[in-house]
Design a protein around this ligand. Structure first.
Ligand SMILES: Nc1ncnc2c1ncn2[C@@H]1O[C@H](COP(=O)(O)OP(=O)(O)OP(=O)(O)O)[C@@H](O)[C@H]1O
Ligand SMILES: [Mg+2]
Length: 286
């Protein structure tokens, strides 16, 4: 199996505090891998190390076999990055932003024209090519950033919170775009604190908490490990107790043992949020 991202004991400290703590990770070629965790978990710091913006305090990381510290120029050719915060030049048009980036990658004039048209078509923004960044919507800006990240045809696309702040409709459009890029052969590494995003897009998920990976697997594996059926028991003081069972039959048997006076019992499928809460004792978006 070809490995696109690998980290070993990756650690980053800021002033004695570990933002990333002994992280071991492997993302296979062609995967869509999701890094799921709350604010401050260490997601962006990991990405900054992988994209050579900062060095690890200890441990190592490789992109497509290249060491992010000692072979950083090779690493830079392997990935495209969509950062967490908007990083477009607002006074330039969509096309000018992409053109600037294409120049950085040394595409000549004819190549730039062709590649930018191709990408604008891909992200469905051809008719906005000459609009100023300031005049287009948040969802369109995100699509411009995705197009920009793809200029040099990277084999790995890294997206840091690709849909944060977008409405539900727009988010789904970005999801479709990510799926399309993946089926076109790009390996995708994304971070999110939206459970449903990880479930919708990722074939493997790593749950990160305080710099550690606390669980790793397919969404189904993670849910199965917890128990696929959840029973919620809401008491009068609005405290909710959660119980997890391997299947509905076992859960239903348990519910039958509850006193007939028990109210507010909900039986449902377990989700990644349940997994997260059980492992950390807190909700992802707290
Ligand atoms: N340059 C820095 N200097 C000092 N501390 C930092 C720096 N960058 C990150 N940190 C700290 O490291 C921890 C992890 O931050 P990071 O930005 O990686 O989290 P995150 O998972 O991306 O969070 P969010 O969901 O809010 O984007 C936080 O406690 C943060 O305050
Ligand atoms: Mg972040």
């Amino acid at each position: 199996m070809h490995i696109m991202i690998k980290t070993e004991h990756l650690t980053k400290e800021y002033g004695g505090q570990k933002a990333v703590d002994d992280l071991d990770l492997q993302v296979d070629l062609g995967a869509t891998f999701g890094f799921l965790g709350p604010n401050g978990a260490g997601k962006t710091t990991t990405i900054r190390i992988l994209t050579t913006l900062t060095r690890p305090t200890s441990g190592r990381a490789w992109i497509n076999g290249f060491d992010v510290v000692s072979e950083s120029s090779e690493v830079k050719g392997e990935f495209g990055i969509v950062q967490q915060h908007l990083s477009l030049n607002r006074e330039l048009t969509v096309r000018e932003n992409l053109d600037l980036h294409a120049r950085l990658h040394h595409l000549d004039r004819a190549e730039r024209r062709e590649r930018i048209d191709e990408l604008l078509d891909y992200v469905d923004l051809l008719e906005y090519a000459d609009h100023l960044i300031d005049r287009i919507s948040g969802g369109m800006k995100r699509r411009v950033m995705i197009a920009r990240a793809l200029i040099h045809r990277p084999r790995l696309l890294i997206l840091d919170e690709p849909t944060v702040g977008l409405d539900a409709q727009t988010r789904r459009r970005i999801w479709d775009l990510i799926r399309r890029m993946n089926s076109d052969g790009t390996t995708v590494f994304l971070t999110t604190h939206y459970i449903e995003e990880a479930e919708a897009l990722c074939d493997r998920v790593g749950i990160i908490h305080q710099g550690h990976i606390i669980s790793l697997g397919s969404p189904l594996e993670l849910r199965r490990h917890l128990g696929l059926t959840t029973v919620e028991l809401r008491s009068e003081g609005n405290n909710t107790e959660y119980r997890y069972f391997p299947d509905r039959t076992t859960a239903a048997k348990y519910v039958q043992t509850l006193p007939s006076s028990a109210e507010n019992i909900v039986m449902r499928e377990s989700n990644l949020e349940d997994v997260f809460v059980e492992l950390t004792g807190r909700r992802v978006c707290e």
